[in-house]
Design a protein around this ligand. Structure first.
Ligand SMILES: [Zn+2]
Length: 381
């Protein structure tokens, strides 16, 4: 049902309109910030088109028929869902996707989580690219005749993860006519596509979600109390996935860690900064990698929001401040490091660290680098 997708009423209207008029393009690009429901919407479109329930008139999914269930469970032969997988080992020169047993287990776990909830961000270690082998497999799948569905749908999730080789191979697929097929690319970083791909897709931009939309979804789907839902919705900066990742976390404590991380990082004492990093990134084997990475991402999100607040305060836009209860700390911070240009540079450094956190196995160097860049941005501004 369309209500599985939070908000995005403008986008829903565009898609429904195209479906009603039977004017779906060959390929869509669903672009927009992470956590706004692009994959969820792509799956809804696939279900709606292929739903077997006559009452739905192929304009909405019933979520009950065989097609709706198999598409949602990623077991449908009609819908192909493509996503980044771990890099093949250096020694292998074949393009075949060949996962080790433990990797296969993680992939299955992650796909099951995505099936239970399309807002789940696939979190597969070393899955830094959609490989050319996957695109070859896709082309093979497209050459087979369709059975059991009305229209074939190919969803390439975070399609900008295709490396150049894969993008070039995929371009051929886009250029070939495929009867009765809809290709949907989703991407939070659409600027990474080669222009020829962009020119062949109809771009549908997703809006960031409002505080209200996120809060309501948290109450309805996660059964959070209203006040807590609103607080997390504010911190989530428009992303439902981000809001949900913070459920059950002691956000207050995390924010305190961020403030002292900043304080230590800017005190020119590297030793203290390293100690602060230890607080949320324990040395040694403790904890799973995915948990560590999520912990770092949450702190970086909070740091971003905190710096944005500092910028709002430094530029007299106090109505935009999210961390209202931290005004005292913010005032102190802005008195010392209130140069807007410096805060903007600090935000860029945090953004870069967030990006590297997604790609790298070694998180500590990323954080130490961030400390240095924050110091450079703020102290020497
Ligand atoms: Zn159905």
């Amino acid at each position: 049902m369309w209500s599985n997708v939070i908000g995005q009423s403008r986008v829903k209207r565009i898609l429904l309109n195209a479906m009603e008029l039977e004017k779906l393009p060959g390929a869509y690009l669903f672009s927009g910030p992470e956590g706004t429901g692009k994959d969820a919407m792509a799956l809804e479109v696939a279900k709606a088109i292929n739903c077997l329930n006559p009452a739905m008139k192929a304009l909405e999914s019933c979520d009950e028929c065989a097609n709706c269930l198999s598409i949602a469970g990623f077991t449908s032969s009609v819908v192909t869902f493509v996503y980044a997988l771990p890099k093949k080992s250096e020694s292998s020169d074949s393009d075949e996707i060949d996962l080790k047993d433990n990797e296969l287990e993680v992939v299955q776990e992650q796909v099951a989580a995505k099936s239970a909830d399309p807002y789940h961000n696939l979190d597969i270690p070393r899955a830094t690219a959609i490989q050319i082998g996957q695109i070859r497999e896709l082309r093979l799948a497209l050459s087979r005749t369709l059975s059991g569905g009305k229209k074939r749908v190919v969803i390439i999730s975070e399609a900008d993860m295709m490396n150049t080789q894969a993008q070039n191979a995929f371009l051929k697929t886009l250029e070939e006519p495929h009867a009765n097929t809809l290709i949907i690319l989703t991407s939070s970083n659409a600027n990474r596509f080669v222009p020829t791909i962009l020119s062949r897709c109809q771009d549908v931009r997703f809006d960031i979600l409002s505080v209200d939309e996120i809060a309501t979804a948290l109450v309805e789907r996660e059964e959070l109390p209203q006040a807590q839902a609103e607080f997390l919705a504010r911190l989530a900066a428009g992303s439902f996935s981000r809001a949900r990742a913070m459920i059950g976390e002691d956000v207050q404590e995390m924010r305190n860690q961020i403030v002292s991380f900043l304080r230590m990082g800017l005190s020119k004492s590297r030793q203290n900064a390293a100690k602060q990093i230890d607080v949320f990134l324990p040395r040694g084997g403790g904890g799973k990698f995915l948990e560590k990475r999520q912990a770092v991402e949450q702190r970086l999100t909070l740091l971003t929001l905190w710096l944005r607040d500092a910028l709002a305060m430094a530029t007299n836009a106090e109505s935009e401040i999210i961390n209202l209860d931290q005004k005292e700390d913010l005032t102190k911070f802005v008195t010392r490091f209130g140069e807007p240009r410096g805060i903007i540079a600090a935000l860029a450094a945090t953004d870069k660290a967030m990006h590297l956190t997604k790609l790298q196995l070694m998180l500590r160097p990323v954080m130490l680098q961030l400390v240095m860049e924050l110091e450079e941005a703020l102290v020497q501004a």
